[in-house]
Design a protein around this ligand. Structure first.
Ligand code: SF4
Ligand code: SF4
Ligand code: FES
Length: 237
């Protein structure tokens, strides 16, 4: 049986890589490798996962230098000459080993007004939003985000400016600006128009290239830039 040489980050920000040998299997994922290490070699290894099927967004890590969802990443696709290097996501504080503190990531969703604001009550009929409408299509294009943080870890602007809201929070804001039922558009555009908002994006596209759900935060941010400009011209901001 062939063996993988795996280096795994241990400890906090001042930690170091630890080497393990893991048996290779057909259809093995990077998360399978991490689980094997924790169950068979070192039960103290800290990491997160929940669904194992690409739904929950909790298993993202840095694999051979790139952020990825590990439960859907096959070893065959990423192992370079039988070697894997696994570390926590970039741009987030490390709690321990492969676990990052996601608070600033989700706090930024809140800062970007990532909560739906509607007016209907449960006594009202449900809203009808035609699927072919332009705004509906824009909202649908970004709605499948699983909050994995891969785009956030891929973004150099987040590295340079830790106040920057980042691609996921801005993608969320754009889905709500595009939601015809939402009534907080101006408030949201104000929230995303400051120095830490959509205009800080340098359109590098790393977020879009890396998003495991094939979303385009870059396009969402471009939509926000247009919406902020229109609102400013109208004198609303
Ligand atoms: S397109 Fe913008 S948000 Fe996405 S990685 Fe580049 S700078 Fe960051
Ligand atoms: S936009 Fe994509 S990469 Fe970013 S958090 Fe959502 S699913 Fe993950
Ligand atoms: S474990 Fe849920 S997305 Fe990977």
């Amino acid at each position: 049986m062939s063996v993988l040489d795996v280096k795994v980050w241990r400890g906090g920000a001042e930690g170091a890589f630890q080497a393990f040998e893991v048996p290779r299997h057909a259809s093995q994922t990077v998360l399978d490798v991490v689980i094997h290490i924790q169950r068979a070699l070192d039960p103290t290894l800290a990491y997160r996962y929940a669904c194992r099927v690409g739904m929950c967004g909790s298993c993202a890590m840095t694999v051979n230098g790139a952020p990825r969802w590990t439960c859907r990443t096959h070893v065959d696709k990423v192992a370079s000459r039988g070697k894997l290097e696994i570390s926590p996501l970039r741009n987030l504080p490390i709690v321990r080993d492969l676990v990052t503190d996601m608070r600033e990531f989700f706090d930024k969703w809140s800062r970007a007004k990532g909560q739906f604001s509607g007016t209907r009550t449960r006594g009202d009929d449900f809203a009808q939003v035609p699927p072919a409408g332009e705004k509906r299509k824009a909202a649908d294009a970004g709605i499948e985000c699983i909050g994995c943080g891969v785009c956030y870890a891929a973004c150099d602007v987040v590295t340079w400016n830790r106040d920057y809201l980042g691609p996921a929070a801005l993608n969320r804001a754009w889905t709500l600006v595009s939601d015809e039922r939402d009534v907080a558009t101006l408030e949201r555009l104000r929230a995303v128009s400051g120095d830490a908002g959509c205009h800080a994006c340098h359109t590098h596209m790393s977020c879009t290239q890396r998003c495991p759900k094939q979303l385009s935060p870059t396009a969402a941010i471009a939509g926000l830039k247009r919406a902020v400009a229109s609102a400013a011209i109208e004198g609303d901001l």
